[in-house]
Ligand binder design. Structure first.
Ligand SMILES: [Zn+2]
Length: 314
């Protein structure tokens, strides 16, 4: 794991031109944002590993504190606190936002785009520091509609990654286009429609069980949202499952997979999917990666009690 503050990193690199750009855009903007009560920027953190011929880099876009109550809409009174106490897990919970960068052959692909620069997301600054120009990204795979995954796709209304193909779930696309204007999801739908419009002919809709990039296959994991998709990575006999938001929290959501989170569009379906996906991962021993698990979000799951336990591993 490599973790630096931006200032340390810039000092380390001694890149003044880049430093100006990054410090101007990222480090100073959040101070203004902070005055409005918006979240602050995240220090740079990334973790690079390989899976067969694939080079994978987890980029921490952000980390935010959350009220544990979001983890169990249908949990019994005191149930969440009990699971947290049993695991020595402190409240409030810190939720990480892990964006995955994959290099394989001539493909430079991002899995989700984080919160966006305006909200203090560190993805773009981290890519700059890693020497990955935004216009070199060939593919952006959006996993589902939620703003913490898609907001970074646009910067000031334009595509953040101007040359990329934008992969989007057909089921999610159909859902978005049916959200009524008076729905609580209207704003989320508008955010996504703005991306569809900006992407134009670069928007490519995917179905489940389809190889969308060499070695990357989609799998339906509906419930969290109705088009929420997870991804099986395979290269030279090695495998990894990107579980996206199948579980929101590495402790509570795995210990009690039947608890609906505040963000699950269909709680019952999400719970069933959680049990199925992690049941399979526990049985097969497949390495998993998850968007909101503690950085870098990689490890394994084992069956335990009524649910599962996450074993972090790098
Ligand atoms: Zn999420």
């Amino acid at each position: 794991m490599e973790q630096f503050s931006r200032r340390d990193m810039l000092k380390l690199l001694g890149v003044s031109a880049l430093g100006t750009a990054v410090m101007g855009k990222i480090a100073f903007e959040p101070q203004a944002a902070r005055a409005q009560g918006a979240p602050t920027a995240t220090p740079i953190a990334f973790f690079r590993f390989s899976l067969g011929a694939m080079q994978l880099t987890v980029i921490r876009d952000a980390a935010r504190q959350q009220d544990p109550a979001v983890l169990g809409r249908n949990a019994p009174e005191g149930g969440i606190a009990e699971v947290m106490k049993a695991n020595n897990f402190p409240a409030p919970i810190t939720t990480t936002f892990n964006v995955l960068l994959m290099r394989n052959g001539d493909k430079v692909a991002l899995f989700d785009t984080g919160l966006g620069v305006a909200a203090g997301g560190a993805l773009v600054a981290t890519l700059e520091l890693l020497g990955v120009p935004r216009d070199s990204v060939t593919d952006v795979v959006l996993t589902h509609m939620h703003p913490d995954h898609v907001s970074g796709a646009l910067t000031d209304g334009a595509l953040t990654f101007p040359n990329a193909t934008y992969h989007y779930s057909q089921a999610e696309f159909d859902f978005i286009n049916k959200v009524p204007s008076d729905s609580p999801l209207a704003q989320v739908a508008a955010t996504n429609k703005a991306i569809f419009e900006a992407a134009g002919s670069k928007l490519k809709l995917y179905a489940p069980d389809t190889e969308i990039l060499p070695g990357v296959t989609t799998a339906a994991a509906y419930g969290h949202t109705l088009g929420h998709t997870i991804f099986r990575f395979q290269s030279e006999g090695q495998q990894m499952l990107h579980a996206v938001d199948t579980a929101l929290n590495s402790v509570v959501s795995l210990a009690r997979p039947e608890w609906h989170t505040a963000f699950d569009v269909n709680g019952e379906m999400a719970a069933e999917t959680r049990r199925r996906v992690f049941g399979e991962a526990a049985k097969s021993g497949t390495r998993i990666f998850a968007y909101h698990f503690p950085f870098p979000g990689t490890g394994f799951v084992v069956a335990e009690g009524e649910g599962f336990r996450f074993i972090p591993a790098m």
